[in-house]
Structure formats: structure tokens, C-alpha cells
Design a protein around this ligand. Structure first.
Ligand code: EPU
Length: 338
């Protein structure tokens, strides 16, 4: 029988560092343990939350269900021509995988350096930064389907990837548990410096022909400068998504706010920088009790001390209201609220 702990504090398991207790809690170190766990019928019919690094969740209350903490380790790879297929266990820390690949010259995820969280969560969120998204390098993943009681393989098409979105957040939410992810990387680097901040930083360092190590270093230093380090100050990265609106709606908005920061997307839609709107609504660096927005990046909410999950939640509500009032745009949370 798989071992389950009761009444477990989650404070050190979520990067917001808020206190909440899990009614039941279990660690998973091997794919087979998922089968073992769900062989016991009671766990199939109970609220559950699958946890990776705890870097994208806000607990606003105790969790009256089962938390499944994914700790499956291991990285392997095989080479086929110019491609390298790298498979990592769901519990591998994402940035450890980035290091592993960059060190070996496996190109494709260097722009995703220093993103917090684990490999198993990376397809769920379709993590992305600095011009690259997981979907650009994703090959497949293995996942345990709870109802069916079997391991399935999901191709990129199966995952229905979108901006910070996938089938795992929608139709299959809490139905499947990713046990490992395979990426298709390249031995022939295609450097992506589409993002202005990367180009500027490379220039400042006098690097004209960057390799993937340079990109990884530059991305890491941009992140360190802009984003709070979750090991010292509680946060979950971007708290909200950047909203995507129609070109039509954008035209109106732009006439009211000519300098609005935006990116035109291919399908006649426009992505807005939520951080900019939050800043313009007067929220950058603002603190209420022990919750604040980060001084260098208003899209990030931080636990500046001993904030509770519900305080952080109410703080985010106030931001949503003010942005709605000023821009008539409703921000959506990127973080899972439980
Ligand atoms: N901006 C402001 N004020 C702010 C924050 C941003 O004016 O307080 C402006 C910036 O000057 C820039 C624009 O907004 O012109 C975009 O800012 P930034 O480059 O920092 O990126 P972002 O859109 O705020 C997204 C991702 C980040 C990712 C960066 C870099 C989302 C929700 N967030 O942030 O991802 O690191 O791009 O690619 O898409 C995360 O998901 O947790 C995350 C950190």
C-alpha cells in the first residue's frame, strides 16, 4: 500500500510560502507508484492537486484532499542525426534540466533558463520566456490516466498547447498525472535573440556570436535583476497572464492610451503587457500589509513577510478591479488558486 501522510504543512512546499495544510499528502518517486496509489479506490474519488515545485500555486485555505507531490528523478537522452531526445522525470527541477542540456550543447531551452518549477509542470503551463515556449521543443510526455488506470503518451498535438495553456489545464485537469517529458533538442543551435532585452545584454557584454551558454547566462542575469528570487522572497512568478484581445478592441484602447505596451500576434489579435497596465494603475511596488507587487516587475506579487494566501488573493482582486476600471480589461490569474 502506498504511504500517505496526514495534516501536512505546505508552507515549505509552495514558493509563496503561505501556510496551509493538506488533509492527505503523498510523494511519488516512480511512475509505478501512481498505479499503486490509485489501486486503492478511495483516492480516485477525492479532491486532489498534483504538485511540482509549488511555484505556480496560491493556497488560500487548507486543502481538504490529497496532494500528490511529484518527485520522479532522472534525465536520459538519445541522439538521432542532429536531434537529441531528452527525457526527464516529472520531479526534475526545470532549471537543472536546462543546465544539463546547455552543458552538453543540446540547444532549444537555453532561453527558458531559471524558470522556477519542475519538468512535470512544464507542459501543463506551456512555460515560456524570452521568445521561446515549451511547445517549440516538446516531443511527448508520459502520463498516468487516473480513470483508465494506464499510462498514456501525449504528442504535441494531443496537448493543445496555447499561451500558458494546455489540455492538462482544461479537459484533463486533475485527470492525468505527467510522469516524464521528452524534448526534442538540437545539436545545431539556432540562437533566438528576438527579445530586445537579450540583445541589449549581449551587446553590453560585447558578445557578438553568442552560443547557448551565453544565452543561458544572459537570460539568467536578466531574470535575477527583474524578478524576485523565490528562495528569499515568496512569489510565484507572473501572477497574471498577459491578456490577448482583438485588433478591434486594441484600436480603441490605443487611442485612449497611445503608449500602451503590446505585441501584435499573427491571428489579428494583440497581446498586452499586464505588468505595464498594473504599473499605470498605480500598483507597482505598492504594499498592503505584507503583500506587495515587485518593485521591478508589477506582474509579480510577493509575500513580503507573513502574508496569508487569502490576503494575497484579495490584493490580486484589488489589482484586477483597478485595471478593469482604467483599461476595461479583465486580468486573468496565471497562478492556480486553491
Ligand atoms: N512592464 C512595465 N511595468 C512593469 C512590468 C512590465 O512597464 O512593472 C513592461 C516592460 O517594460 C515591457 C513589458 O511590460 O515592455 C513586458 O515586460 P517583461 O519583458 O518583463 O515581460 P512580461 O510580459 O511582463 C512575460 C512572462 C514572464 C517571462 C517574460 C519574459 C507572462 C505572464 N509572463 O512577462 O514569465 O519571464 O515575459 O519573456 O507571460 C512567468 O510566467 O512566471 C514569467 C515570469
Amino acid at each position: 500500500m502506498h504511504s500517505i501522510a496526514e495534516q501536512v504543512s505546505l508552507k515549505n512546499l509552495n514558493t509563496f510560502r503561505v501556510e496551509a495544510r493538506a488533509r492527505w499528502f503523498t510523494d511519488i518517486y516512480k511512475e509505478e507508484e501512481l498505479k499503486e496509489l490509485f489501486a486503492e479506490g478511495r483516492w480516485r474519488n477525492i479532491d486532489r492537486f498534483i504538485m511540482g515545485g509549488g511555484s505556480n500555486v496560491l493556497f488560500t485555505r487548507d486543502f481538504n484532499g490529497l496532494i500528490i507531490k511529484m518527485r520522479i528523478p532522472g534525465i536520459t537522452y538519445h541522439i538521432e542525426g542532429d536531434s537529441v531526445y531528452v527525457t526527464a522525470g516529472a520531479g526534475v527541477v526545470w532549471n537543472d534540466l536546462v543546465h544539463y542540456c546547455v552543458e552538453r550543447g543540446f540547444a532549444g531551452i537555453e532561453n527558458l533558463s531559471l524558470i522556477p518549477g519542475t519538468v512535470g509542470a512544464s507542459p501543463v503551463q506551456n512555460i515560456g520566456a524570452y521568445g521561446v515556449e515549451l511547445k517549440d521543443v516538446y516531443h511527448s510526455c508520459r502520463a498516468y490516466h487516473i480513470e483508465r488506470g494506464e499510462i498514456l503518451t501525449f504528442s504535441a498535438a494531443d496537448c493543445k498547447f496555447d499561451y500558458r495553456d494546455s489540455i492538462f489545464k482544461r479537459e484533463l485537469k486533475n485527470q492525468v498525472i505527467i510522469s516524464s517529458v521528452t524534448l526534442r533538442l538540437s545539436l545545431v543551435p539556432q540562437i533566438n535573440i528576438s527579445y530586445g532585452a537579450i540583445r541589449q545584454e549581449l551587446e553590453a557584454r560585447g558578445i557578438t556570436q553568442p552560443d547557448i551558454q551565453d544565452i543561458s547566462r544572459v537570460v539568467s542575469s536578466i531574470r535575477v535583476e527583474k524578478l524576485p528570487d523565490p528562495s528569499t522572497i515568496g512569489n510565484a512568478g507572473s501572477f497574471f497572464k498577459n491578456p490577448v484581445i482583438s485588433e478591434q478592441q486594441f484600436v480603441q484602447l490605443k487611442s485612449a492610451f497611445p503608449d500602451i505596451v503590446h505585441y501584435c500576434l499573427p491571428n489579428s489579435t494583440v497581446k498586452l503587457a499586464a505588468g505595464w497596465m498594473i504599473e499605470k494603475s498605480g500598483w507597482k511596488g505598492k504594499q498592503i500589509k505584507e503583500t506587495a507587487t515587485w518593485k521591478n516587475q508589477a506582474l509579480v506579487i510577493v509575500n513580503a513577510g507573513n502574508a496569508s494566501g487569502s490576503e494575497i488573493y484579495h490584493f490580486s482582486e484589488a489589482i484586477i478591479n483597478d485595471v478593469k476600471e482604467k483599461f476595461n480589461i479583465t486580468l486573468e490569474r496565471e497562478v492556480n488558486v486553491l
